[in-house]
Design a protein around this ligand. Sequence first.
Ligand code: SF4
Length: 464
Amino acid sequence: MSSTTNFDHPANAQKFNQDQARTHWHDSALWFIREKRDRMAKSLPEWETLRACASQIKAHTVSKLADYLEEFEKNARARGATVHWAKDADEHNRIVLEILQKHEAERIVKSKSMLTEECHLNPFLEQNGIEVVDTDLGERIVQLRQEGPSHIVMPAIHLKKEDVSQTFHQHLHTEAGNNDPSYLTESARQHLRSKFMQADVGITGVNFALADTGGIVVCTNEGNADLGVSLPNVHIACMGIEKLIPSVNHLSIFLRLLARSATGQPITTYSSHFHGPREGGELHIILVDNGRSNLMNSDDYRNALKCIRCGACMNTCPVYRRSGGHSYAATVPGPIGSILNPLRDAKHHKSLPFACTLCGSCSDVCPVQINLHEQLLTLRTEVKNQKQLPASKTMPMRIASWVFQRPKLYAWLGSVGKFFLRNLPRFMIYNGLNPWGKNREMPEAPPESFRQQYAKRAKKNESK
Ligand code: SF4
């Protein structure tokens, strides 16, 4: 994030909403994926059992994370991998740079890795004179546009094919105005192929690390991770410490859940296993904490470490779908991002726990049963206790609390409100002082309030 980044979610969302047609399109594109996920989930009678199982495996792993990490390290080393530990983003970036410098690497290909986005690895390496090419198609598109990903699974979901065509014309010199997806994909393919051929080192993320074998698993639909690490001799795999699962026997549960939850596919196209370096090559695995162990110590938020980054909570979230991933001003947006980011940096991300209707849809779809909406509610109190809320939020709440404690005043204000709703001209109700009425109609004033109806009924019952 740059020093000029606006972290205010409502302001960013408002900007996104200015283009109403695009907002509707974004909303329905994500809802389409959510529906695909539903169909896939319903096709498996054991879906809920898989979710419960995955959730319990993750909870168990997190409770013994130190032991499993040591087991993983021992087994990975035994297979010839070099294991590095990084306490934060700076250390992670430094380790990557040292490996690259040792090999005099100048050109890197990188498959999708949210961890390297979180550590801002690309700008760091570029500052050190190293060319980094993101090889996932969506990531390459946003990289060419000098934007961050707007979704953790579909980084360019905010863009239409016309936007991609324009970007490719500008950077890859494709035909102007040719929006044909096959033509654009083929152009990207040719462009990336030359980058793969020239790469000195391949960097990947890690979807799952297996403690009992010391292996790592990388899932992609494009095969770009496989190509990226097959040509160069050096493979650097960057993973958050929460990616661990105890055994290869558990893997199928997660693979089945991940593909169906992420894109509504029965299986990810490529789930590649790496057990040690290939002959004559090097495999470096960097285990990164960067604030994760703080979450482990928290009863309220420990569950967030179960996340397998499928993106399903984003696809279903009514706020995310209508505000776009960039409005979160964070690497991980959506419901899970609204938990992880404020826990790391409450000052900047204080608006995120409020980017939620508390509808609970995210918790319902989460393949590892994270209680996302409950955590978001708890986090709101925390943001308030840290005095991070602006007066525009705390003042109305204080006034409301004061009024609610005075029933007579509350009843009187209710009748005044009804009178205003019925009699004031529209411009006096729908104006800048009423943000609620900006995109919606106020409810009609009922003929009688609940209290009046209740009193009437009580009187009637008495007279019986
Ligand atoms: S919180 Fe759950 S639904 Fe959201 S990305 Fe993580 S695993 Fe997927």
